[in-house]
Design a protein around this ligand. Sequence first.
Ligand code: SF4
Length: 78
Amino acid sequence: MQSYENKFTNGEITVTYEPKKCIHAQACAKGLSDVFRTTVIPWIDLDAAETEQVIEQIQKCPSGALSFCYNNKRVLVK
Ligand code: SF4
């Protein structure tokens, strides 16, 4: 699901892509092609793999163009 350009979320994590940093080595597309797609827009489909797999692949990005954060900051209201 895409919230706005270059920011994607599956409810659990939010993934950010910074095109200026990307060196197009395609490590992401080769490693997890169902999520990081080169020919489809939006190009990141976070529903295509488990969150842990996506995080693992993001951590292999050589340029730092891909990053993520958890969306789990829930506040309990009594
Ligand atoms: S792994 Fe990182 S640097 Fe390589 S294509 Fe994907 S986003 Fe760009």
